[in-house]
Structure formats: structure tokens, C-alpha cells
Design a protein around this ligand. Structure first.
Ligand code: B3K
Ligand code: ZN
Length: 850
């Protein structure tokens, strides 16, 4: 337990560090329960400091000895800090501490996973390794000696020595402690090689534990090489060490970590083979490998001054990985996927008790702010900036950013200054995007007379916790006009909204045009545009902007669903015919067609209903969704077998975008067919599948109609040796259980011999699966809320970070009826009142309760 527990840190209190570090030498004498860490740190007073107090952070360790300039000292130790008197001149601080990796179940600091030692230091985990100024604006050159009887001993930078039972590493690039990493284990390498554009050879490795994972590294290695080429070509960024290592770890709190030259990955975010990983897994792996690699420049070479600036590295790096995926696959499909993520996760966050600015003003536990807002909305801000200044200016500003700030711990002000200097544009109003929480609503109305068309836009951002009043933002609205024949009469242009209300005028039009607003999802806003289903169906058929073409279908689907749920209305024929037209249009990318065929999630529908002032009823929403899926299946009945056959991929499996798109559409069609044929076709696909995408797609189609028991058992028998595949098995049966069975299924799976509370992937499979089963999670008896709370209370003392993150499953409690509200609130209160609750989870539960 931290003695600094529950202490709020404010951005406005930032002060520069009192002492800077020039170099660090660390020696690790590895032992599962008693690792010794010997540090020698060269400090010097910071000329820009405001105080001279020497304070180092350190937690969960035993101090064996400490010295200053060679003389032993007895520092003042508190539970999380070390203080002592130091000279007012450069000095050497030395310490020896003892830590216990094998009992570190929080997976932060140095810990053990499957017999290997590994580390996770971002954000504030280095302080669990040794006493240090654990803040990102203290950057130093690290040399690391590892002693241990394991065959592979890795740290950051280049290897400078290797002997029997030891290795030495030196990282020439100054870095903050959060980028430190160490791995030691019985590992095998999948090697690769890359030559940078200036001719420097780089050795690449993906390290795994032996026993099968070796065969799952090839795709990750190719993704890494593609990322390296892309960053050279698009951003002019070259790699800067002799070696780049990736290590796959089973027990990991998130996806992956960008430690300098030694990325550590959740095994699920790097290992893939055709048989064990879906197309979606392959795409996600490619994106995460790119993301972590891109951090080498946006995060590592230029880091953050303090944790409030987290979006400086995360927003920009997400934006870069999104561009990369668009370039590798399809821009249109990627943009739709990104908008889906924004709406599902970021809008949910922004419209509930956890809303916070992209650059928060305060935190208790910074790990609670690795959110969709910081990451995804942070990336959207970069996208808007690029759209506003144009591609050439964006490139110019980025060059200036790298030139000016290489080696710095920078701020959002530094970032915006670069754009102001490169473009001459005043970005003061734009900067509000970083400070103001909440999703802006843009209301659209229009009129037309005598060849002149007016588009009227108003913007409004609702209040969020601590921010009752909002100022107007700069919003780029990409906009185009079509005529009745579906021809584009005004190609896309970017309208800049800067005020609460604005009218844009377009003249010389031959007839009343049809507007296409917010093309390419040009800003992270909710559009309120009252328009007829006929107009939406027209845009679904004709919009030249693929995002808006898809989104027109989406809005139509949402209206149809709401009509069915609230008024028992029959689905609009315009929607069903529109789907048929898209399904049969071979000129459209199958991946795009699959996206048009898929309905909004039940969670999306709940969000939309709440947003327009209704209390969502998850049971009725579930019934409405199921009914519409059946209607769609019946309406498309005659086309389905052919569509399914057309999507058969011949030749050996590759995870490339084109065959993946065909499989996505094939699976979407299969899921509709199973509603008509009782799962006959899906059972056949399951039996014949030679890849996980089709095997899982078939299993999903069966479970959705409450079939597939035999397949589920066969799947477990086939894959019991593969933990990543078994994670899917755990998740799928909970997320697709009939609502009334979701909780009992989750509960039963917690008693399965392979359920492991200490493994975040497995825990998330079951309880993330329960959350994903919207109607099951919100079953009227409240059983899911109780089970979730029980297990979060159990997990908290083991792994506070994962517990705190998952507590957000309750953040929608205010949306629901009084009975559900009471039940959710009391589950949350039970969590909040659990004895010795971590500061992480306390902060989350308190914020959610409001
Ligand atoms: N920077 C890490 C995330 C660290 C999370 C700490 N709780 C991975 C990433 O964003 O690339
Ligand atoms: Zn990142």
C-alpha cells in the first residue's frame, strides 16, 4: 500500500526536477525472491530547479546500503521515498536494494511470467526496481549488467558484453526510467535483419519461450520490417541502435510496451499463425508492432515532460499507426474502424462520469489515464490539425518538431508551437481540444432557394465533471454535395467551424442538393442531422465518400432499431433494400460490405437512446437487435448462398487485406444464414476450416443462435494446449451466451481448471466477455453486477491496475432505470468500500460514483 495513497497530483503544480541524472549504472543479481539491484547514479543540481530537496522514489524494496561519493549514508526512508542531504555539486549516489520478482503479481516493476523475468516501468514502475527520480523529465544514459543463470539476458540499447552467467548492455540515448527494460529467461529468438536507408544494419529478434510459439513469430517480424520502412518513407525517421528486440510475455497488463530497443509484448499482441489467430488478430498485431516501433521517435527520442502530457506521445503515435494501417490495407475501412472505436469507447467515456480532457488537469493514479480519450481522441486531434493545416504543412511541422525537440521531454505547448511556427496559424482556440472534455454535438439544418444552398451548423459540448461551461471549438467539417442523380456537385471541402453557430453558403446550384456532412469522420463529434430514411438510403447508395456511405447505412440501421425497440415498428424497406444493393455490388470492397452489413452494437443503441433522452432497456434492445437480424436474413435470403460462395478464398491462407475482407463478408453472411438454416452451413464451415478466422466465425454464428455445444467442446479439445486460443474460447461463450445465461456461464468458467485470476488475458476473457454481453451484463436481477464486483474485489490485491481498468464496466450506471441504477451503484459501493482497496481502484470507483 502506498503511503502517498489517494494523493491528487495537479498539472499546475509542475516544477522542474531538483537534480538531473547524467548516467546510471545498474547491476542486477537475479533471484526469484531476492533480486539485488545495485545502482550507481551520477547526479548534478538542475540550474533551473526551484527547490534543492533530494528525493528519490522507491516502493516495495529493502534498502541494503547507500553511499554518496563513496561514503556510506543513512537516508530518511518513507514507504515510497528516500531523502538525504547531498552536495550542491555533481555527486555519485549508490544504493543496493533487494526486491522479490516472484511475488510481484501487480505486473509492474520487475516480475516473473512463466519462469522468465521481465519488467514494466511505464508509468511509475521503475520505482519498484530501485530508488530513482522516477519522472519522465529526468533523462539519462543507462548501462546495465545482468547476472543470472538464464540463457538470454536482455536490456535496452546495444549489447556491450556477454559471458557465462552475465551480460552487459549500454543504451547511448538518454531516456526516462519508464523506458527501462530487462528480460531474462530461457528464450528462443526468431531472428530478422533490417538495413536502414542510410545503410545501418540492425539485428531484429522476436523472443519467445520454446515449445511452439517459435512458429508464430514470422508475421510479427514482417510487420516490424514494414513499420521500419514506413517510418523512413513517410516521416523520415530511421532506427538508431544496432539491435531491436521484441519479447512475448504471457502475463501483461496491456498490449505492449515501447521500451528503448527492447519492446515487451503481451503474447496476444505479437504471436500469430493462420490456425490460431483471426484476421482481426493479424491486423491488430501489425498495428501494435507499428505503434510500439513508432514510439521510438514519438515517445522515446522525444518524450513527455510529465504524465499530464501523455497524449503528446500516445495521441501522435496512435495517429501514426492509423496512417500506417490505412496505407497497408484500406483507408476507407480503417477510418470506419477508427470511428467505431471512437464511438464505442471514447464517446462512452466522454459522456459519462469518467470524462476527462485529452490532457487531464489532475490524477491520483496515472495508470488510470491510459484511456480512449488520451489515445484515440488524442489521435483525432492530430488528424484534425493535419486536415486544417494541410498535408504539406503537417509534414513541415513534423520535421520541425523532430529537429527542435529531439532529446527533449516536451509539452503540448511545444507541439502546438511547432505548428504555429511552421504555418503561421494561431492555434489558441484549437488548443481547447486538449483542455475541454466532452463530445461536441453538431446540429445540421439547411435550406435551398434559387440556386443557393445554406448549411447551418451549431455546436454544443455538454457539461462534464468539473467543467460545466464549454467554449466553442475549432471543428473541421469535411463536406460535399450531391445531386439527385448521385453525382458530386461540390467535391469535399473542409469547412472550419469556430463559433457556436455558423452558416455556409453555396451558390450556383442547378437543383436542391443532398448534403454529405462530416465526411471521413473529420472530427470526433456527434452529428445531429434530422433527415429522412429515403435521403439516408440515397447516401448509402450514392455517397462518394466511403465513410459517409457507410455511416448513412449506420444511421438508417440505428433509426430502424430504435423504431423496432420503442414502437414495435417494422423495419423500413429502404434500409433492407439498401443492404441488398450493397451486398450485391461487386465493385465494393468485401471488407466494406461486411461493415455495412453489421449492425450497431447493443451498447451503441443504448448510448444513442440515452443521448436523445430515453432510458435504454437492455433486454428490449437485445430483442430488437435479434429481430432485425432475422428480418435482414429473411430479406436477403435468396442472395446469401451465392454471396457466401463468392467469398470463398482459394489458395493458402494469407492475412492480407483482400482475402481477410472476403472472409469478413463470408462470416457476416454465414451469421445471417445460420438464423435461417439452424446453423447447418456454420457447422460445415467449422468442420472444414483450416484457419482461425473461419473456425471462430462459424463458432460465433452457432453460439449466436444458441447452438454449437458440440463445436465448443471440439474446439476446447483441439486447442487446450494453446492459451491464446483458449482465451477466445473463454470469451466467446460468455459474450454470446443468451442474456439469462451470461452470468452463470461466467461463473462456471471461473471454476474451470484453466481459469487463472493472475493472468490478465484470461481474467479479461471471462469478465470482458461478460461486459460485452450487454443484455446479460444488465440482466434485471443484477447477478452480473454482483459477480463482477466479487471478482474485482478479489483481483484488486493481486493486480490493482487491471482491476481499476475493469471497474469502468460500471461507468454507464446513470443511463439506466432506477432499479438497475441501484444495483450497479451498490456493486460499485461494495468495491469502493472493500478493505485496503488500492488507490488505483479507489480513484476509479470514486469517479464513477461521482
Ligand atoms: N506506453 C504503453 C502503455 C503503458 C501503460 C501503462 N499503464 C504502451 C503504448 O501505448 O504503446
Ligand atoms: Zn503508445
Amino acid at each position: 500500500m502506498k503511503d502517498a495513497a489517494h494523493q491528487t497530483i495537479y498539472l499546475r503544480d509542475y516544477t522542474p526536477p531538483a537534480y538531473l541524472v547524467d548516467s546510471v549504472h545498474l547491476t542486477f543479481k537475479l533471484s526469484a525472491t531476492a533480486t539485488r539491484v545495485i545502482s550507481r547514479i551520477a547526479f548534478r543540481p538542475n540550474p533551473d530547479a526551484k527547490t534543492g530537496n533530494f528525493v528519490l522514489q522507491g516502493e516495495d524494496m529493502t534498502l541494503i546500503s547507500a553511499k554518496i561519493d563513496g561514503s556510506p549514508i543513512t537516508p530518511d526512508l518513507a514507504q515510497t521515498e528516500l531523502r538525504c542531504d547531498v552536495p550542491n555539486a555533481p555527486f555519485i549516489f549508490e544504493a543496493e536494494v533487494e526486491i522479490s520478482p516472484s511475488t510481484n503479481t501487480a505486473l509492474e516493476g520487475l516480475y516473473m511470467s512463466g519462469g522468465m523475468y521481465c519488467t514494466q516501468c511505464e508509468a511509475e514502475g521503475f520505482r519498484k526496481i530501485t530508488y530513482y527520480p522516477d519522472r519522465p523529465d529526468v533523462m539519462a544514459v543507462f548501462t546495465v549488467r545482468i547476472e543470472g543463470d538464464l540463457p538470454v539476458l536482455l536490456s535496452n540499447g546495444n549489447q556491450t558484453g556477454l559471458g557465462d552467467g552475465w551480460a552487459e548492455w549500454h543504451d547511448p540515448w538518454p531516456k526516462p526510467a519508464y523506458l527501462f527494460a530487462l528480460v531474462a529467461g530461457n528464450l528462443v529468438a526468431h531472428p530478422g535483419q533490417f538495413t536502414t536507408k542510410s545503410g545501418k544494419d540492425v539485428a531484429l529478434n522476436i523472443y519467445v519461450r520454446p515449445g511452439g510459439d517459435e512458429a508464430k513469430c514470422a508475421f510479427g517480424m514482417e510487420a516490424l520490417k514494414k513499420s521500419m520502412v514506413w517510418d523512413e518513407e513517410v516521416y523520415g525517421r530511421e532506427y538508431d541502435l544496432d539491435i531491436f528486440n521484441i519479447v512475448a510475455v504471457d502475463d501483461f497488463n496491456m498490449g505492449a510496451m515501447e521500451n528503448k530497443g527492447l519492446n515487451i509484448f503481451n503474447a496476444s499482441a505479437v504471436l500469430a499463425s493462420a490456425e490460431t489467430a483471426t484476421d482481426a488478430d493479424f491486423e491488430r498485431i501489425e498495428a501494435i508492432i507499428a505503434h510500439e516501433y513508432f514510439h521510438n521517435w514519438t515517445g522515446n527520442r522525444i518524450t513527455c515532460r510529465d504524465w499530464f502530457q501523455l497524449c503528446l506521445k500516445e495521441g501522435l503515435t496512435v495517429f501514426r499507426d492509423q496512417q500506417f494501417t490505412g496505407d497497408m490495407r484500406s483507408h476507407a475501412v480503417k477510418r470506419i474502424d477508427d470511428a467505431l472505436v471512437m464511438r464505442a469507447y471514447q464517446f462512452r467515456e466522454d459522456n459519462g462520469p469518467l470524462a476527462h480532457p485529452v490532457r487531464p488537469d489532475s490524477f491520483v493514479e496515472i495508470n488510470n489515464f491510459y484511456t480512449a480519450t488520451v489515445y484515440e481522441k488524442g489521435a483525432e486531434i492530430i488528424g484534425m490539425l493535419k486536415r486544417l493545416v494541410g498535408d504539406a504543412n503537417y509534414a513541415k511541422a513534423l520535421d520541425l518538431y523532430f529537429d527542435r525537440h529531439d532529446g527533449d521531454a516536451a509539452t503540448i505547448e511545444d507541439w502546438l508551437q511547432v505548428f504555429e511556427d511552421a504555418t503561421g496559424r494561431d492555434l489558441r482556440q484549437f488548443a481547447l481540444w486538449y483542455a475541454q472534455a466532452g463530445t461536441p454535438r453538431i446540429t445540421v439544418t439547411d435550406d435551398y432557394a434559387d440556386g443557393t444552398y445554406h448549411l447551418h451548423l451549431t455546436q454544443e459540448t455538454p457539461p462534464t465533471p468539473g467543467q460545466p461551461d464549454k467554449a466553442p471549438l475549432v471543428i473541421p467539417v469535411a463536406f460535399g454535395l450531391l445531386n439527385d442523380n448521385g453525382d458530386e456537385v461540390l467535391p469535399t471541402q473542409v469547412l472550419e467551424m469556430t463559433q457556436s453557430q455558423q452558416t455556409f453558403t453555396f451558390e450556383g446550384l442547378a437543383s436542391k442538393p443532398i448534403p454529405s456532412v462530416l465526411r471521413d469522420f473529420s472530427a470526433p463529434v456527434i452529428l445531429r442531422h434530422d433527415r429522412s430514411n429515403a435521403e439516408r438510403a440515397f447516401l448509402l447508395a450514392h455517397d462518394t465518400d466511403p465513410f459517409n456511405k457507410w455511416d448513412a447505412g449506420r444511421a438508417l440501421a440505428q433509426d430502424v432499431l430504435i423504431g423496432m425497440i420503442r414502437d414495435d415498428a417494422a423495419p423500413d424497406g429502404a434500409y433492407l433494400d439498401g443492404l441488398a444493393a450493397v451486398l450485391r455490388d461487386d465493385s465494393l470492397d468485401p471488407a466494406f460490405r461486411a461493415l455495412v452489413l453489421s449492425l450497431p452494437s447493443e451498447e451503441d443503441t443504448a448510448q444513442v437512446l440515452f443521448d436523445v433522452g430515453h432510458t435504454p432497456n437492455p433486454t428490449a434492445i437485445n430483442r430488437g437487435h435479434e429481430a432485425l437480424k432475422l428480418h435482414i436474413a429473411q430479406h436477403l435470403q435468396d442472395m446469401l448462398p451465392r454471396a457466401c460462395a463468392d467469398m470463398t478464398v482459394t489458395g493458402p491462407y494469407t492475412p492480407d487485406a483482400a482475402p481477410a475482407g472476403q472472409r469478413a463478408l463470408g462470416n457476416a453472411v454465414l451469421s445471417l444464414m445460420s438464423r435461417l438454416d439452424g446453423g447447418r452451413q456454420a457447422s460445415q464451415q467449422f468442420a472444414a476450416a483450416d484457419n482461425m478466422t473461419q473456425q471462430l466465425g462459424a463458432l460465433r454464428a452457432l453460439l449466436q443462435i444458441a447452438k454449437g455445444e458440440a463445436e465448443l467442446a471440439a474446439f476446447a479439445t483441439q486447442w487446450q494446449h494453446d492459451r491464446l486460443v483458449m482465451d477466445k474460447w473463454f470469451a466467446l461463450q460468455v459474450s454470446l451466451a443468451a442474456p439469462q445465461l451470461a452470468t452463470s456461464t461466467a461463473e462456471r468458467l471461473t471454476r474451470h481448471p484453466d481459469f487463472e485470476i493472475r493472468n490478465p488475458n484470461r481474467f479479461r476473457s471471462v469478465f470482458g466477455g461478460l461486459k460485452a454481453n450487454t443484455a446479460g451484463f444488465h440482466a434485471p436481477d443484477g447477478a452480473a453486477y454482483d459477480l463482477m464486483a466479487d471478482w474485482l474485489i478479489k483481483l484488486d490485491p493481486i493486480n490493482p491496475q487491471t482491476t481499476a481498468r475493469m471497474t469502468s464496466v460500471f461507468d454507464t450506471w446513470r443511463r439506466y432505470d432506477a432499479d438497475r441504477q441501484d444495483k450497479m451503484r451498490s456493486a460499485l459501493q461494495r468495491i469502493a468500500q472493500a478493505p485496503d482497496l488500492s488507490p488505483d481502484t479507489t480513484e476509479m470507483a470514486t469517479r464513477i460514483l461521482g
